[in-house]
Design a protein. Structure first.
Ligand SMILES: *Cc1c(COP(=O)(O)O)cnc(C)c1O
Length: 466
């Protein structure tokens, strides 16, 4: 056949729609997506014929191509991924995982009308943030609280509300970039507050803050260094010292804790200093932290502190632009309720549970994965890859605890027939995608962040890729 005959042999959109398969598709797929897939497949066939890459196309081939297109088109863009990196608070993979139990509260509230801004007892308008206020003050010891869209918004709205056109004193050692576009000097200038930097990069003293205070000073700000550390000849002013100075000069002290932890993790050898409660006890007037880092909740920014300042922030018009949705509040309430009992929090909040896991359990899970792989691969087990369980270390992620290496266990896979890079790529492109890392020419599946419910899909993904 020449090109003209080949082109003429391609079915029309209408013919496909009227075929048995086409009629069946119309009952299950959205018409718009179906038409798009049919046109794309016919067009690809036409292009291939014109280029001379293609002989006659059978109707079966066209139909199965359309089926593949439809399956891809109907897959959600935002979807679950298996996190085999061992990084618990992985910002690119959605930070904190929420438990089914917590999501049940979100589902119930969101799939129905709720008392979001309504006082049922009084029959009048209520306050959106009242549902988490008591929990937050009870857990943290602060006088009052607010929740906004994320911690960046929390810092921004606090600076705007408390320090617009006035000076905020910050140590040069704390003018950090957290990642993405959050840099303290930039946030400061967009908020309208004036940055007054003091001290040197490595050392700042109380006298540096004191010398910078003038009649236009609105705040003394401390920022957690999050994902970086200074070592050697360094010194920083503690929140206690800053509070003492603030009290003496009548200036409020704000602390952006970033990853703020509500639990003292020192018994686990994890020194996060200070915890949210310690910061409040030290007398900080305003404290901000993320909802989805160490707290293990939904994306959000928590603002706690002195009632009078919180009231001032709550009245700022920007609060409306950064306000949170009912689903976020429902998730926050469920997570915060877990914190009323610390042991319950460590067990029920996936972020804490994965971070504080006993290494023995992580190793045991790795063992289960390897024996499942051995069983599934059968006689091919030894021929397709070398698979070992190794001790390794992982980080918490989320800009928290960069100096702490957590002991973990990994399933190390050295494929025999494909390169380790090809294996990594196949896993990443699978359904569900499996994100792992490569080290010393082996693909590492860190079992700290693999949940028991994911083991089946993980094993299947690895077997297919090998
Ligand atoms: C992570 C972090 C932020 C930003 O918090 P988001 O919740 O990501 O907006 C701000 N400040 C510090 C110190 C942080 O660690």
């Amino acid at each position: 056949m020449d090109k003209q005959q080949l082109l003429a042999s391609l079915p029309s959109v209408d013919e496909i729609l009227k075929s048995d398969k086409g009629l069946q598709w119309q009952t299950v797929y959205p018409r718009r997506s179906l038409l798009k897939a049919i046109r794309e497949v016919i067009d690809q066939g036409r292009q291939a014929i014109l280029k001379g890459d293609l002989g006659e196309l059978s109707l079966e081939e066209i139909i199965s191509d359309i089926q593949r297109h439809m399956e891809k088109a109907l897959e959600f863009n935002l979807k679950p991924v298996i996190n085999a990196t061992g990084i618990v608070i992985h910002t690119n993979l959605g930070r904190s995982v929420l438990s089914e139990e917590i999501m049940e509260n979100v589902r119930k509230t969101a799939c129905s009308y709720s008392n979001l801004e309504y006082e049922v007892e009084e029959g009048r308008r209520g306050k959106r943030y009242s549902h988490v206020r008591k929990l937050l003050t009870e857990i943290t010891g602060a006088e009052d609280s607010l929740i906004v869209n994320n911690n960046a918004a929390a810092v921004f709205v606090c600076l705007t509300a408390l320090a617009k056109s006035r000076e905020v004193v910050v140590s040069r050692g704390e003018l950090v970039e957290i990642g993405g576009s959050f840099r303290i000097p930039d946030v400061m200038s967009s908020s309208g507050a004036l940055l007054r930097e003091v001290g040197a990069t490595n050392k700042t003293h109380v006298r540096d803050y004191e010398a910078a205070i003038n009649e236009n000073t609105a705040l003394l700000l401390k920022v957690h260094q999050s994902n970086y550390r200074m070592v050697g000849f360094t010194s920083a002013v503690s929140v206690n010292e800053l509070v003492a100075l603030g009290r003496k000069r009548g200036i409020p002290v704000m602390f952006d804790l970033g990853s703020g932890s509500l639990i003292d993790l020192k018994p686990y050898g994890i020194h996060i200093e200070p915890t949210v409660q310690e910061t409040v006890r030290a007398g900080a007037d305003i404290v901000t932290f993320s909802g989805d880092k160490l707290l293990g909740g939904p994306q959000g920014g928590v603002i706690i502190g002195k009632a009078e300042l919180i009231e001032k922030i709550a009245k700022n018009p920007l609060m409306r632009a950064v306000r949170v949705d009912k689903m976020t509040l429902a998730a926050f309430e469920a997570v915060l309720r877990c914190y009323l009992d610390e042991d319950k929090a460590k067990e029920k909040i996936p972020t804490l549970n994965m971070l504080l896991q006993d290494p023995g359990k992580i190793k045991e899970r790795a063992g289960r994965i390897v024996s499942r792989l051995r069983k599934k691969l059968g006689p091919a087990f030894t021929g397709s890859a070398r698979i070992d369980i190794l001790e390794d270390s992982s980080q918490s992620g989320g800009g928290a605890l960069p100096e702490i290496e957590f002991t973990t266990y990994v399933v190390a896979i050295r494929p025999a027939r494909i390169s380790v890079n090809a294996l990594e790529e196949r896993l990443r492109r699978g359904t569900p995608p499996i994100v792992a890392r490569i080290k010393d020419n082996a693909l590492l599946i860190d079992t700290r962040t693999i949940r028991d419910t994911e083991i089946d899909a993980l094993v299947k993904g690895i077997v297919n890729a090998l």
